[in-house]
Design a protein around this ligand. Structure first.
Ligand SMILES: Nc1ncnc2c1ncn2[C@@H]1O[C@H](COP(=O)(O)OP(=O)(O)O)[C@@H](O)[C@H]1O
Ligand SMILES: N[C@@H](CC(=O)OP(=O)(O)O)C(=O)O
Length: 417
């Protein structure tokens, strides 16, 4: 059985959906398709969440999201009596009714209830179009079987319960093709959760693990995993084959092409993962698997993270930064769920480079400032080079101010102004 994950970029237009159907039609094996919201819908829904809390402009924002989806539906389904129209109307009505109520005090909870509609809508449209194109399939509401705790916005998987329910749900008793949502899940009490932005890759990996998939393919708008984002460095080259370990490292350092949590589940069961192009079906993509002789290890890989903040922290009483202080500092980062990208400590100060995650970071800095003197620079860039050499380092740093630098055998990192 194959598991395919298609992201928002692959189905951002009617032509995209047609191309998706063409790909699915070319496979005859049992297949589960995990799909994200269309195009930039999740960003648009995030704006609606903000508007919901601030009670401004939410109706016009919702209308724009509806019109975007209807323009795709109108192009794909010429018959206005097609069931898809009613299904989409029901979903938009549910969302619109939800937005009429007063928000609760939990931003994260409300976020998940609203943002999850992107995937519910996209999967409904695509499932109906696949059926219309002559490929019967079953639409699954993943919230009924992919179970998480109630950490809204970053639901943690309840593996035991999910294993049982997912195996029951995807039995292939009456269909060859399932279509379901990435990114979203449900609690035991059936509240909707999300798994973190760009989490659909992770959803596909979880299903692959639970169902012992033969292969997971993640379809992207690039030929595969490259040694840099080709939108940033146009001379980037494709990596033919990399190990799970290397893929984890690349994702961890911020290579946007794959969600960092994706590799762990498939590595455990040695399920091969192919990252391949939905634009060029002759392109073999990148194969992520166990080590073999033919690995593109030594090509330098460049990873750029923008909008970074470098925070320097020192105890107000100039005491040494020792284990106890470090542990209390780390627990604050964990509490505010701010991901640390780089750490450097000296006798009396401690520097960390983090993503600029607006409200969480502000709250973290406020809390740290109670016991520590905090200074920070924002709008920085963190460049990571895996398998660095002199030429690669010069390419990245020439003519730039380096605020912090760290090198290990495999990895060099630079915080640049
Ligand atoms: N090392 C890399 N190799 C390939 N693509 C990369 C890399 N780093 C970043 N990207 C970017 O990742 C994008 C694909 O990921 P994403 O937009 O999240 O896809 P999707 O929405 O389909 O999940 C590419 O368009 C590319 O710009
Ligand atoms: N729609 C969600 C989940 C996701 O993974 O999307 P994509 O596959 O388009 O990156 C998001 O944008 O975060």
């Amino acid at each position: 059985m194959n598991i395919f994950k298609f992201g928002g970029a692959s189905v951002n237009s009617a032509d995209g959906v047609r191309n998706f159907v063409k790909i699915v039609q070319s496979y005859r094996e049992e297949t589960i398709i995990v799909l994200s919201a269309m195009g930039k819908t999740t960003n648009a829904l995030e704006e609606i969440v903000e508007a919901f809390f601030n009670k401004n402009d939410q109706d016009s924002k919702l209308l724009a999201v509806k019109q975007y989806h209807l323009s795709i539906v109108n192009e794909l389904f010429p018959k206005k009596e097609d069931a898809v129209y009613e299904k989409i109307e029901v979903l938009f009505n549910q969302l619109s009714q939800y937005l009429e109520k007063e928000p609760s005090l939990c931003f994260e909870f409300e976020y998940d209830q609203i943002v999850s509609f992107g995937e519910l809508i996209s999967t409904t449209i695509v499932s109906e179009f696949l059926r219309l194109s002559g490929r019967p399939n079953k639409w699954v509401d993943i919230r009924t079987c992919l179970k998480t705790d109630d950490t809204y916005k970053e639901g943690r998987i309840d593996w035991k319960l999910s294993e049982k329910l997912v195996s029951q749900t995807f039995s292939f008793n009456s269909t060859f093709v399932y279509i379901t949502q990435g990114f979203i899940g449900g609690t035991k009490t059936n509240q909707t959760t999300t798994l973190g932005r760009e989490g659909s890759d992770y959803s596909a990996a979880i299903l692959s693990y639970i169902l012992d998939a033969d292969k997971l393919a993640i379809w992207k708008d690039v030929p595969g995993i490259m040694n840099a984002d080709p939108k940033w460095l146009p001379d980037a080259q494709k990596l033919e084959r990399i190990t799970y370990q290397e893929a984890i490292e690349l994702a961890f350092y911020g290579a946007k092409v794959i969600h960092p949590k994706t590799i762990q589940p498939i590595k455990k069961k040695k399920i091969p993962l192919q990252v391949r192009s939905f634009l060029d079906l002759n392109e073999s993509g990148t194969l992520i698997s166990t080590a073999s002789k033919k690995l593109d290890y030594l090509l330098p890989v460049y990873i750029q993270k923008k909008d970074q903040v470098l925070i320097s922290i020192r105890p107000i009483d100039f005491s040494f930064i020792l284990e106890e202080k470090l542990s209390s500092l780390f627990s604050l980062f964990a509490k505010h769920r701010v991901k640390v990208n780089l750490i450097q400590n000296s006798a009396i100060s401690f520097s960390v480079c983090v993503d600029n995650s607006d409200r969480r970071l502000k709250e973290l800095i406020e809390e740290i400032s109670i016991d520590f003197e905090v200074k920070y620079n924002d709008d920085l860039e963190l460049i990571t080079i895996r398998h660095h050499n002199q030429e690669a380092v010069e390419r990245m740093t020439k003519g730039r101010e380096i605020l912090l630098e760290q090198r290990s055998r495999d990895t060099a990192q630079f915080v640049l102004v």
